[in-house]
Design a protein around this ligand. Structure first.
Ligand code: B3K
Ligand code: ZN
Length: 868
């Protein structure tokens, strides 16, 4: 074991000892020896004449202070300590770095033929020694020098202010960003690209040049990203009154990228997956993903860049808020109900699972070893739910007033989550004292609700108990302030007005105590309550609904989300019952009533097709696993497959009729067409389980004129193990083997292949010419899908799946720890499996722990998992 990495604690925050007002960077780009010259104007901010600069993997060439070579410094682990400094000075640091050898894809690296950067969270310290912390904001000027033929485009943040020729066929461009920013928002790109250009006139009449840079030959895949960008700019002006603040906005698509995209000021760098799309290469899901991520990064310009984070523990300040904004953007442009359903699926599935895992943490963590490990579903998605709850409590008007005050107070500075909540509170007058606990308390609250109806008094009461189970890092939990949205229905489906003591009561109840009873008057008959409408808080709800009540809500609830949720609760009851049955050797079964309820949803012409598709979708294996302390992997898989088969055979005629009626001749990507395809392909997924499945799927594959239908056919063939599967897979690979991004869909199907020999095929697929473990997208699609979406094979009792995962993780630990650290998550949940599986997983974790070069990303997770 190497030396143990140290943890940082939120409580230890100290303001910077020095401030840097300006930094002037020069990059002399070479594949293996790039020279970086950093000239900073530094001012002492306290009494110390000592300055700590972060730095990792740098070769220090020289240091000078006010034009004099400086020898008062020490190179230490993780940085450089400068001593005996004057109060204010110009610091020149020259370093040498190796972009081509940088496989971790953090700092300056090469993606394909281009140079690019990724600095968030702490990547800038791999470029030069600097105060690499988000509360040090400087004005950046950047000069990039490189060979003109190979790198005709030299880009950085802000505006291009000068350019010229250098010796040996090299050229240079100088950029200046007028907005002071932390180093994590710095970006540089050098390469040869095709450029899609457009422009945008802001609300106040300023012209902004828009440029999207893609690999040569990919121009026809860029227009959707451009449309999404323009829609984002417009939406942020209309809904939030926020306008863009530079003359140019650039997006560069690269193939090697650890995450989705990065909001660098004026120069976003994107994983090409979230830029490139045309009807032949991208699915509807890809199109919607591009819209959401382009929006997300654009919205960061205000929530993240103009107001940034004081320290990384405050990450949710910008991420939770920006996810909330991108969710609202997608909901305003498309279907609100469908967007809400998909967001809730993420919370109830993987986010609840994270809460229950050894990595559980509050949305504002208290302790971090590797910051990159905290770009989590909790910080992002639960963080967004916390913002949404404030929106629910304050209303749109109060919330917008809060946003306005937040910008008035903090624009141009680095702020905290507390600053945000205070602005919301001060602008609206709503007391958020108890609500703040959502920032510091981890875990998933469980609400157990019971009801009583008194015929004599015509009173209906709801008693709500809240308990948050202990999490690994936090045992004591307090009651939270939970906005609990309800509605009551009479037997005809009419809405019962809510009153208490003669006063009208709002639909959103304020649950604040461990146990609380709400009494409603003048309720003429025993009502059916619709609870936690819109998923008004990220909690688990327990209420003893009868099948009849759930079927009633599926058809009568006024709100689409509530109808979907009732369907999910009904399915959940039957899934649980059937798991017990399967465990005692019985067959999977469904009641007539349930089948009829889903038939009703399928045939309800008043519902939008995209929504019906959601109504018919079963919860994932992962979500169901979250319902159990110890999960029976095989029984759950059997039940989910069994329920799908029963619905398929019982509803075959209706599914078939719907499938054929929804055929579209022309491929269009408006939301209505996307919804119709979604329902049609959901029907196909069921029909694949019937006798006609193989022929139907084969025909769809052969006649598809777009990637959505192609992949739907392949995925149906894969999930239902149809005879045509191999032919379709071979045909697709033949057609797309030259294009890694398009092949990702194929790798994903191999990874999630339920066939017994899946692991063997996955190992073979690693030799496919399009595959490389160096490319995060390829790795996530083939290996990540095996770990996350192939429960039966990954958790096979032989332990072969775990062993394979262990080997891959050891390789990635050396080349790209960030990707390794994402991949390992399913292994951290070992406590959820039986003893045999548990000890097999443990052995793999221990092998990792024994490595003498274990990266701190993996160290943090492995040690927490083994502690449990
Ligand atoms: N802020 C970046 C994420 C950086 C991740 C660093 N490991 C993208 C985003 O959330 O918009
Ligand atoms: Zn973000």
């Amino acid at each position: 074991m190497a030396t143990q990495p140290l943890a940082k604690y939120r409580k230890d925050y100290q303001s910077p000892t020095h401030l840097i007002s300006d930094i002037d960077l020069t990059f002399d780009l070479h594949d293996n020896a790039t020279i970086v010259t950093a000239v900073s104007k530094v001012n002492q901010a306290g009494d110390s004449d000592e300055l700590w600069l972060d730095g990792e993997g740098l070769k220090l060439v020289s240091v000078s202070v006010n034009d004099t070579a400086w020898s008062e410094y020490a190179e230490e682990e993780g940085g450089l300590r400068l001593q005996s400094l004057p109060e204010s000075f110009e610091l020149v640091i020259v370093t040498e770095i190796d972009p081509e050898g940088n496989t971790a894809l953090e700092g300056l690296y090469k993606s394909g033929g281009a140079f690019c950067t990724q600095c968030e969270a702490e990547g800038f310290r791999r470029i030069t020694y600097y105060m690499d912390r988000p509360d040090v904001l400087a004005k950046f000027t950047t000069t990039v020098i490189a060979d003109e033929k190979v790198y005709p485009f030299l880009l950085s943040n802000g505006n291009r202010i000068e350019e010229g020729k250098a010796d040996d066929g090299r050229h240079w461009v100088k950029w200046q960003d007028p907005h002071p920013k932390p180093a994590y928002l710095f970006a540089l790109v050098a390469g040869d690209f095709d450029v899609l250009r457009d422009s945008y006139k802001t609300q106040s009449g300023r012209d902004v040049a828009l440029e999207i840079f893609v690999d040569k030959g990919n121009l026809d895949r860029a227009p959707h990203a451009m449309t999404s960008l323009i829609n984002s700019m417009k939406w942020d002006e209309e809904r939030f009154g926020l306008e863009y603040d530079l003359d140019i906005y650039m997006i560069v698509a690269v193939d090697f990228f650890n995450m989705g995209a990065m909001e660098n000021k004026g120069l976003n760098i994107f994983n090409s997956k979230f830029v490139l799309a045309n009807d032949q290469t991208a699915t509807d899901t890809d199109y919607l993903g591009i819209e959401a991520v382009i929006g997300h990064e654009y919205f960061h310009n205000w929530t993240g860049n103009r107001v940034t984070c004081r320290d990384w523990f405050q990450l949710s300040l910008k991420e939770g808020l920006t996810v909330f904004r991108d969710q609202e953007f997608s909901s305003d442009l498309g279907s609100r109900a469908v967007n809400r359903i998909n967001n809730v699926r993420i919370i109830r599935g993987p986010q609840f699972a994270e809460d229950a895992s050894p990595m559980s943490h509050p949305i504002r963590p208290d302790k971090v070893i590797e910051m990159n490990n905290f770009y989590t579903l909790t910080v992002y998605e639960k963080g967004s739910e916390v913002i949404r709850m404030m929106h629910t409590l304050l209303g749109e008007e109060g919330f917008q007033a809060g946003m306005k005050l937040y910008f008035e107070r903090h624009d141009g500075t680095a702020a905290t989550c507390e600053n945000f909540v205070s602005a919301m509170e001060d602008a609206s007058g709503v007391d958020l004292t108890q609500f703040r606990l959502w920032y510091s308390q981890s875990g998933t609250p469980e609400l157990t609700v019971t009801s009583e109806y008194h015929e004599a008094t015509k009173q209906f009461s709801l008693t709500i108990k809240q308990v948050t189970p202990a999490t690994q890092e936090q045992s004591e939990k307090q009651p939270l302030h939970i906005p609990f949205d309800i509605e009551l229905y009479d037997s005809k489906g009419g809405v019962v007005g809510l009153t208490s003591n003669g006063e009208p009561v709002a639909n959103v109840l304020n649950v604040t105590d461990a146990e609380q009873t709400f009494v409603f008057d003048d309720v003429a008959e025993k009502p059916v309550p619709s609870l936690l409408r819109e998923f008004s808080a990220p909690v688990k709800l327990h209420y003893d609904y009868s099948d009849e009540e759930l079927v009633f809500l599926m058809t009568h609830a006024r709100n689409d989300f509530a109808r979907w949720d009732a369907g999910q609760m009904l399915l959940a009851k039957y899934i649980r019952d059937n798991v017990t049955k399967v465990q005692s050797g019985e067959n999977v079964s469904l009641s007539e009533q349930v089948i009829d309820a889903f038939r009703g949803a399928l045939l309800d012409s008043s519902l939008e097709p995209a929504f019906i598709a959601e109504m018919l979708s079963l919860p994932s294996h992962n979500e169901v696993s979250g319902w159990y302390d110890i999960v029976d992997v095989d029984a759950v898989a059997k039940v989910l497959g069994g329920i799908k088969s029963i619905l398929a055979s019982e509803l075959e005629d209706e599914l078939s009729a719907t499938y054929h009626s929804l055929k579209q001749v022309e491929y269009k990507i408006d939301h209505d067409s996307i919804g119709r395809r979604a329902l049609r392909n959901t029907c196909l997924g069921f029909l694949a389980k019937t006798e006609q499945g193989n022929e139907l799927v084969k025909a769809q594959y052969q006649h598809a004129n777009n990637m959505t239908d192609t992949i739907a056919a392949m995925s149906a063939a894969n999930q239902s193990q149809l005879a045509c599967r191999e032919d379709l897979m071979a045909d697709y690979s033949d057609k797309w083997k030259h294009d890694g991004l398009v092949m990702d869909k194929w790798f994903n199907l191999q990874g999630s292949n339920p066939a017994d020999n899946a692991l063997e095929v996955i190992k073979e697929s690693m030799n496919h010419p399009a595959f490389s473990l160096k490319n995060p997208n390829r790795t996530r699609n083939l290996i990540g899908s095996f770990l996350n979406q192939n429960p039966v094979n990954f958790h096979n009792r032989s332990g072969e799946g775990y062993k394979f995962a262990g080997e891959i993780l050891q390789t990635l630990n050396d080349s790209n720890p960030q990707v390794a650290s994402r991949l390992i998550d399913p292994l951290l949940k070992l406590a959820k499996y039986d003893d045999q599986r548990k000890s097999l997983i443990k052995a793999e974790l221990e092998a990792l722990q024994g490595l003498d070069n274990l990266a701190k990303d993996l160290f943090e997770k492995v040690s927490k998992a083994l502690e449990a």
